[in-house]
Design a protein. Structure first.
Length: 202
């Protein structure tokens, strides 16, 4: 199965898992301009603090309650602000010291050190890397996110020097939230597209 197919499958599986059994959910799209009553509750869950990434769309399982939902939305904003900026303080605020990566790539350290390692190496190739929080799905103790990474290959990767070419690819994350922080995750990136854009594929 190709990476893009896996990404589409992950989105569908997460949505089905989260909304199975008739669980009531509320959706909000910040830029839809309507702010109808069905959107109001998710809208209030988003932290508007300067510097934090804002979800483009947000779907929330109402059964977990507003307090827990707001906590999970905030954790998602902190985690993906780390990926958007490379600033470790956001990662530290989002993940537990016992955090476990269940889809750990070869060569990446386990635990919170893994995302730090990955971010530094990625930014060595794409210094202006950004992470768009395109979709967030809050279901129980799980956060599912669709991400879009963008930037320009002006650094170096595996001995290849960039020429300023644009980079843009998708990723899907599933985060498991414990009492107060993210404790483990599963993730998949469209590496085929990324490597092609970097000019190092095949």
């Amino acid at each position: 199965m190709r990476p893009r197919t896996l990404i589409r499958t992950a989105v569908i599986a997460a949505a089905v898992a989260g909304l199975a059994g008739g669980t009531a959910a509320a959706a909000y799209t910040p830029d839809d301009g309507r702010h109808r009553s069905s959107h109001a509750w998710p809208h209030r869950l988003v932290d508007r603090s300067p510097g934090l990434v804002q979800p483009k769309t947000l779907t929330v399982d109402r059964s977990i309650g507003a307090r827990r939902a707001a906590q999970e939305v905030h954790l998602a904003q902190q985690l993906y602000t780390f990926w958007n900026t490379g600033q470790q303080k956001y990662l530290d605020a989002a993940v537990s010291p016992q955090f476990k990566d269940n889809t750990l790539p070869a060569g990446r350290p386990q635990g919170p050190a893994g995302p730090v390692f990955a971010s530094k190496n990625f930014r060595a190739a794409v210094p202006d890397l950004t992470c768009e929080l395109s979709d967030v799905l809050i279901t129980g103790d799980k956060i599912t996110a669709r991400l879009v990474f963008r930037g320009h290959f002006t650094g170096s990767f595996n001995g290849v020097r960039g020429k300023g070419q644009k980079v843009g690819f998708n990723a899907i994350d599933i985060q498991h939230v414990g009492t107060d922080k993210i404790t483990e995750d599963w993730h998949i990136e469209d590496n085929e597209t990324l490597l092609t854009q970097l000019g190092v594929n095949g």
